[in-house]
Design a protein around this ligand. Structure first.
Ligand code: HEM
Length: 179
């Protein structure tokens, strides 16, 4: 996983808890350093260890933590990648274009990264189906990112996001509806 994402996880823990919680989390996860370089790619196991240990420490299920972390990530991701966002896009348009505009740029600009494949089908003006596919099995993070995008585009009260399969599979189907 890319160091920028792990650094955002660090900030998520610092903001919701404190710095000493982060240090304890790193230690309990069996990692040797609490610092992650922004431009390095780290083994996925380190991210899994941190999320699993965080769930154990807080008693909050890993899926719920991933959703909250996904929501938290969005403002920073959008800040870094805003040049790929077209004026006039809303939450649904952003999701439709993530694969080519955002994850495409990530694959091109950050060698070694492997963002998940997102297959998006527009069901109607107000409804999308997202098929997430990744061996990392982080569908809950995807649900959180979509909720974070709805907040970012000021549509949180209209957008409903629901996984219609298990969130921890390699393939996860997510319905996104606007009321
Ligand atoms: C809109 C702007 C977005 C940006 C800039 C962005 C960027 C990134 C980056 C940099 C990574 C790390 C990849 C790696 O380290 O290999 C990542 C991973 C991920 N992205 Fe995105 N992403 C965006 C939107 C989305 C959306 C809309 C979804 C879900 C529908 C999504 C789902 C995920 C998930 C779940 C991961 C974790 C890795 C995995 O599951 O394999 N992202 N993204």
């Amino acid at each position: 996983m890319h160091g920028s994402i792990i650094n955002l996880l660090k900030r998520f823990v610092q903001v919701h808890y404190d710095h000493s919680t982060w240090l304890r989390l790193v230690e309990l996860s069996g990692l040797s350093s609490a610092d992650f370089e922004m431009m390095r790619v780290y083994p996925d196991e380190q991210m899994f260890a941190l999320v699993g240990q965080a769930a154990e420490m807080t008693g909050i299920p890993a899926a719920e933590l991933q959703e909250k972390f996904g929501e938290f990530l969005v403002p920073d991701l959008m800040l870094v990648y805003k040049r790929y966002v077209q004026p006039g896009w809303d939450t649904l348009a952003m999701i439709e274009h993530t694969e080519e505009a955002m994850h495409g740029a990530v694959r091109r600009d950050l060698p070694g990264t492997r963002p998940p494949a997102l297959h998006v089908t527009r069901r109607s003006e107000n409804e999308l189906e997202v098929r997430y596919e990744s061996e990392r099995r982080m569908g809950a993070l995807a649900v959180g990112i979509i909720r974070g995008l709805a907040t970012y585009f000021d549509e949180a009260d209209q957008i409903e996001v629901q996984a219609t399969t298990r969130e921890d599979g390699q393939q996860v189907t997510i319905q996104v509806r606007r009321h």
